[in-house]
Ligand binder design. Sequence first.
Ligand code: NAD
Length: 355
Amino acid sequence: MSDFDFSLQFSSNRVIFGSGTRRLVGQQAERLGMSNALVVSTAEQQDMAADVAEHLGTVRAALCPRAVMHTPKDITDLAMADLARASANGIISVGGGSAIGLGKAVALRTGLPHLAVPTTYAGSEMTPILGETKNGIKTTQRAPSILPAATVYDVELTLGLPTTLSVTSGMNAMAHAVEALYAQDGNPIISLMAQEAISNLMGALPLIHRYPQSIDGRCLALQGAWLAGSCLGSVSMSIHHKLCHVLGGSFDLPHAETHTVMLPYVTGFVSDAVPQAMKRIQRAANLGDRSPAKAIQDLARGCGAPTNLAQIGMNADQLDRAAELATLNPYWSPKPFDRETIRHLLQNAFEGTTP
Ligand code: NAD
């Protein structure tokens, strides 16, 4: 297979993007055949979910504010009972990856249509991927039916996303785009989308850091998140996502922050193996000859985000085990690695050395 070969299938979900578009959610729900929707969110976002539910027109709504991180199966059981009690015939998820994960899990179990209204930059709404946990063990599955049937992006719903979370969530999106640029199954369209996502996010995050209510910054970031989520949903992720799954899954590190800390180190590690991808990042972010790894870390630091693993709760005595777990069933990587290499990379990320 040459570097130019690829296969590609576009997904069939509908995307609506704009400001105030939550007013269109009822119309879209009806289009999907819903007359009675279970509106899932986290407890923190119950009011936002209620606001969206007010715009459902003739579609009735039952709120289900049960979503938490990593989609535990016992929470999905409770949401299934809510769905049955409400006789709902569709699911609307309002929130970040946690709410959308619960929406996906209920939709997968029931075959009912799922409409996502994302309010972070994590990108789950654009992927056919569902990660669920049971007894602390996370399993991930991928199936076309997991992809929400429609997504309504309303920039206004992101204005209140706290600044630090906005930055780390944006870095989470950036990680999808960066890894798409050197994906084993990449293609020219996804590379263009990834490049545009990086450009949007590099521009948006400093703007949001300074002016959290900037509509321009929020629009750029949410479009970047849509593009990056589409990359995540279309091509395989690599060493960076594997490391973050290990650190989040086995050491309980926070999802978006872990991506933020690790991305510069993994980018630095793979850089000499994927020069074309590095050139694309340099072009997307107007970096000239500057190191993409360093630029990504400078962006995070400049926006007040964490830049080392110690800051987000990792202990030095966990690094050996993390390196071991990361090299068990490793993902494909553009640059071969062994336990020692990963241990070294984790040490640097722990100390926050220049990537
Ligand atoms: P999250 O959904 O857990 O949200 C973090 C917190 O921010 C929550 O308390 C939430 O209520 C709050 N919040 C969200 N949007 C807000 C807003 N606009 N204003 C105020 N508060 C808001 O965090 P996340 O990073 O979006 O998602 C993380 C989860 O998603 C993880 O479980 C991760 O594994 C999963 N994920 C899955 C995929 C996939 O493709 N399957 C992709 C990315 C992330």
